[in-house]
Design a protein around this ligand. Sequence first.
Ligand code: ATP
Ligand code: MG
Length: 228
Amino acid sequence: MERVSTGISGLDKLIGGYPKGSCVLISGTAGTGKTIFALHLAQATCAAGKKAVYVAIEEKRSNLITQASMFGWDLDAYEKKGLLKFVSVLESRMADAKYQFDSYGSEGGFSTIMEGIDGDVDVVIVDNLGILALEMSMSHFRQQLDYLVYALSYRGCTTLLICDETTMVKFGEVATYAVDGAIRLMKRDNAYTDSRERAMEILKMRHTKHSIDYKLFEITDKGISFVD
Ligand SMILES: Nc1ncnc2c1ncn2[C@@H]1O[C@H](COP(=O)(O)OP(=O)(O)OP(=O)(O)O)[C@@H](O)[C@H]1O
Ligand SMILES: [Mg+2]
């Protein structure tokens, strides 16, 4: 099976990369490193000369460019080369805010995500799907997610869906079933060292042999790196 580099060397060693054409869900509480996780994939994809679309739902393009530059990654240059495209759902969300206030209670969908993806794209990143799911019922969420996963897979895209923990508490079980792979990021207490540490857990990765142990990682000036 063909694999797509995650951009995180420790993770590539662990799972051999994301299965090409799969849809992988990254979840975690605030500040656990979800966006940085996604930036690794964008950087690695473009560095390999492939095309990526980053659907930014809650952060401005400029913030993502700045965060990436802290790790020495020039996403702006990839955009200029036509390898990377930022789709900012933030602006249209804010423009829609008044309408949404007025029609409070109406259920939206994930169609805005597909609208930004045109032509041949290798990798799609959606950060953060949870924002579009705030008002959804369980059945509506499942139906929307199933179609999104199907449509992206039909297009041959390897996809990283980011999802906040609040949405995972509400829809997590359903979301984890609907995707091909799922990784949960967390911050936890280490009782032995009396300190906090970052860890990730691979909940599932179809077609892949992997460890189910917690893997410790750090966020350094090079991005995410595994702790031995
Ligand atoms: N250059 C850096 N060096 C070390 N740690 C950093 C650096 N830049 C960011 N961080 C750490 O990464 C965290 C942010 O990571 P990230 O934005 O990926 O989290 P997130 O899970 O997407 O959060 P949110 O749910 O708020 O979107 C910061 O709170 C900080 O702890
Ligand atoms: Mg984030």
